[in-house]
Design a protein around this ligand. Sequence first.
Ligand code: ADP
Length: 308
Amino acid sequence: MIPTRPIVVFGSVNIDVCAYSDRLPRPGETVHGTRYTMGLGGKGANQAAAAARLGGQVEMVGRIGSDAFGEMARSRLADFGVHTGHLSSDPGHPTGIAAIGVESSGENCITVVGGANMAVSGEDVAQAAPLFGDAAILLLQLEIPLAAGLTAASAVRAGGGRIILDPAPVPHAGLAADVFRAVDAMTPNEIETESLVGLRPTTPDEAAVAAQRLTERGLSIAIVKMGAKGVWYRGLGQQGYIPPFPVKAVDTVAAGDCFNGGLAFALARGNDLATAVRFAAACGALATTRAGAADSAPTLMDVSALLG
Ligand code: ADP
């Protein structure tokens, strides 16, 4: 078998602890919950899990703590088929967590503690240098320090790989011009699009304008995700709109991450942009039909069935 170049994800790994109660506590109050769940989360881990569940060859680079949550996260990633040989255990910082409260109305509140994710640095790129040089696709998000992500981007570009940045969460100060030149593609949702180009798209026409503004800033590919309103793409000589796949959405957590994992998988296997975005949109739609973050990622069989 000819060895394929991997999809490398350089990003956050969290454990999501989700407590359910009839109503959320007010400040100073304690309420009795009805149940809780613990699952793999963090945008990096979610995107890695999504690409691996589809059958992609996926390497996760990042940091977890030397603690029980770190071991849990590593083993969950491995269950999805993600390679974790370059995921470091950092004795100086705890594994990142998201502490999530959900009440019966569906309202939630979330505290994310980045922990070891925020200690990721250029050292993590150096220790996995051959891997970055060999990557077909690098998936980045903004839950680790941006400087480290940019170091990885330049290593991947030098090796001829393609870089997809999910600009989530967008920093208050926005993104500097050099970030747009350091990556090939960005995949903002409506809110992130507004932060980046000053326009919150709600229609395909508005998304087309936003995508044009994004490419004018130096990207070769702009993909504007609009949740249940579908997605617009522009780049590599193609542009167009993919309407939302009709699904019964129950939980939209990680829809965007499953979209990005699917996009990387489809591009790595040689699909053109239009085909890859349609595949990714099917992955995002299917993710909304299941609860959880990484756990909501679809299989290739699920996606093929939806694509028809
Ligand atoms: P994010 O999670 O980053 O906010 P979105 O909510 O835009 O991202 O979801 C990513 C993609 O998943 C969308 O562009 C769309 O293709 C698909 N998607 C999300 N929600 C739905 C939905 N309710 N119905 C159909 N497709 C959806």
